[in-house]
Write a protein that binds this ligand. Structure first.
Ligand SMILES: C[S@@+](CC[C@H](N)C(=O)[O-])C[C@H]1O[C@@H](n2cnc3c(N)ncnc32)[C@H](O)[C@@H]1O
Length: 214
């Protein structure tokens, strides 16, 4: 039997963790996440698992990626999208974010699942066409929340398509700048956009933008 204090900390940790499609995730109130937040808070809203990450997982559950394919996640935050792909499709994942402060949180969730993945601090405007083309799939959730992000997100999608990235999947709760980008992608790249819901501790509603580029 484990010593009482170990048992107690395990019980506390369990109280602030949940599971979704076999993936363990930590609530923002989890002692580990609270400790990390005190050390270095994130700057660009990468401060929890956002609802759109559950929408992305919901979609991937019904439209799986190829096993062992190469994926890039941009604006990964706490990384649920990439972790889901590593766990379920054994993807070779590169999880990137413009704010390096998110990676300790991502690593804590990776450790909670016994998973490892590569991370890199990168803004999405920094990916050139050729680099984006090296990935089979680009994934993202809730990365277009300010009006001035729409142009950058659209340009990144355009570069990914020109570079030859096979598929682009972006989940979003339906923020106006995202919907503008999605509409432009329907017109310019024959994108498919459809509503989706997912349930974690609560219900999430939003949209999936899917572009097949093969
Ligand atoms: C609303 S959070 C979503 C995080 C995560 N994708 C999720 O769904 O839980 C937005 C994320 O985008 C990142 N971000 C914002 N602007 C960015 C940029 N220009 N390049 C890369 N990442 C950016 C933030 O640091 C943050 O982690």
């Amino acid at each position: 039997m484990p010593p009482a204090d170990t048992q107690q900390s395990r019980e506390i940790a369990d109280k602030f963790a949940r599971e979704h499609y076999g993936l363990r995730y930590l609530l923002a109130s989890h002692p580990t996440m609270r400790r990390l937040k005190r050390k270095q808070p994130s700057q660009l809203h990468g401060n929890k698992n956002w609802g759109a990450a559950f929408l992305l997982m919901e979609y991937l559950q019904t439209a799986p990626l190829e096993q062992a394919s190469k994926i890039l996640e941009v604006g990964c935050g706490w990384g649920l999208g990439s972790l889901f792909c590593v766990k379920h499709f054994h993807c070779d994942a590169l999880a990137t974010d413009g704010d390096p402060a998110v990676f300790p949180f991502l690593n804590a969730q990776a450790a909670a699942n016994g998973l490892t993945l590569t991370t890199e601090p990168r803004r999405f405007e920094s990916f050139p066409t050729e680099e984006l083309g090296r990935f089979d799939t680009l994934i993202a959730s809730d990365i277009c929340f300010w009006d001035d992000m729409a142009e950058e997100v659209y340009r990144m999608i355009e570069r990914a398509i020109h570079g030859g990235c096979g598929r682009i999947i972006i989940a979003d709760p339906g923020r106006p700048p995202f919907l503008d980008v999605a509409e432009a992608c329907v017109e310019d790249f024959y994108a498919d956009i459809h509503p989706i819901t997912a349930n974690s501790q609560r219900q999430h509603r939003g949209w999936i933008l899917n572009i097949e580029n093969r």
